[in-house]
Design a protein around this ligand. Sequence first.
Ligand code: RFL
Ligand code: PHB
Length: 390
Amino acid sequence: MRTQVGIIGSGPSGLLLSQLLHLQGIDTVVLERRTQEYVLGRIRAGVLEQGAVDMLREAKVADRLDREGLVHDGFDIAFGGRRHRIDLRKHTGKAVTVYGQTEITKDLMDARAAAGGNLVYEAENVQIEDLDCGTPKLTYTKGGENHEVVCDFIAGCDGFRGISRRTIPDNILKTHERVYPFGWLGILADTRPVSDELIYVNHWRGFALCSMRSPTRSRYYIQCAFDENLEEWTDDRIWDELRVRLPDAAAESIEMGPSIEKSIAPLRSFVAEPMRFGRLFLAGDAAHIVPPTGAKGLNLAASDIHYLSQALIAHYAEGGRMDLIERYSENCLRRIWKAERFSWWMTNLLHKFPDQNSFDQGVQRAELDYLTESEAAQAALAENYVGLPY
Ligand code: RFL
Ligand code: PHB
C-alpha cells in the first residue's frame, strides 16, 4: 500500500490529523492495534478549550458538539468546607466546553468512515522502518498476514505506551518526567451532576473532582493510592469517600447511583523532545503526559495536531515547503511546557501528598487563600485553564 501520511493510533490525535488532512486532499492510512469498540469504551477527558472546539469545527465534526456540548463560564475550587468560584468569562472573555472524549472519538470515526477513510483496526506488531530514507515504511500484521504501507511521512499518535517514541534513538531523544505518588479513581454514573459547573476539591483526606458528561450523566474522581486495587472499591465505598470530601451542601444533595464505569489512572508529568525525527512526528500522549488536574491532555493533543496539520498541508500545497515541518517540535514544545507547568501547579495546589509536612500544608493553604482573595491570581488561573493561544 502507498499513502502520503501513515498514522499510528486512532485516538483523538490520529483521527483528527487524518480528518484535517483528508479535507485538504491528503491521503492517510491509520493503523490501530485495538478494536473500534475498545477505543470507544475508554472514558477519559471531558473539558475542551476553545482552541480544541475550533479545531473540531475546522475538521467538520462539530455538529453534535455544538448541539450537546455544555459551555461552562466558570468552575469552583472548594477547601475548608467552602466553595469559591473562578469566573473564566469575567477574567478571559472565554469559556470551556464539557463534551466527552468518547463522543469526539465517535464523531471523528463516523466522519472518517463516511469519507471512506482507510482505518485498520487490530493492526498487530506495527513497526516503523526505513526512517533514514525519503519513503519510510509501516509494517504490521493482521489476521496472520503481513502488510506494509509506504509513506512520505509518519505521525506517531500512539499514546504514551506506543512504539513511535521508542523508535527515536536514545542519543537523540531526551525525556523529562515526574511521577506523582497517587492516582485518580473515576466513576461514571447516570445521575444528575451535583453542580452545573465543575468542583475541584482540596480536602485533608485527598483531592476530589465533580465533573459531568451531560445533564444526566456525572463523572466524579477521588484521589487514591497509586497502587490501589479497584476491586476493593465498591460503588458504596466510592460514594461515601466522595461525600466526605465535598462541602456539606454538595454532599447532602449529591445524587448517587450504580456506576457504569470505574477506573484508576496514575498521575504523571512527562515530556519527550524533540517531537520530530526526520520524517517521523510524535503528537499527543506519544510525546507528553500531564496529570489530569488541569484538563490539558486532550487539548494539547489538539494543539499538536494544529501545528502538524498546518506543516503537512503547507508542504503538499507549496511545492515541498519544509520550514513549518522543521519548526514543528519547537512550536509545539513552547505551548506544551506551559501546560505542563500549569498542570503540575494545579496538582500541587489541590492534592494531599504523602510526605507533606505542616510547613508544606501551610504553604498550600496560603496559596488557596491567596487565590480566593486575589483577582490577579484568579485571572492567571483562568487564563491557563481556558487555554493559552496556539
Ligand atoms: P490516545 O488517546 O492514548 O490514543 C492512542 C491510540 O494509539 C493506539 N496504539 C497503537 N496503535 C497501533 N500500534 C501500536 N503499537 C499502538 N500503541 C498504541 C492506542 O490503542 C490508542 O487508540 O492518545 P492521543 O490520541 O494522543 O490522545 C490523548 C488523550 O487521550 C489524553 O491526553 C486525554 O485523555 C487526557 N485526559 C484529559 N485531557 C483533557 O484535555 N481534558 C480532560 O478533562 C482530561 N481528563 C484525561 C482525563 C486522561 C485520563 N486518563 C485515563 C489518563 C482524565 C483521565 C482519567
Ligand atoms: C473529566 O470530566 O473527566 C475531567 C474534568 C476535568 C479535569 C479532568 C477530568 O480536570
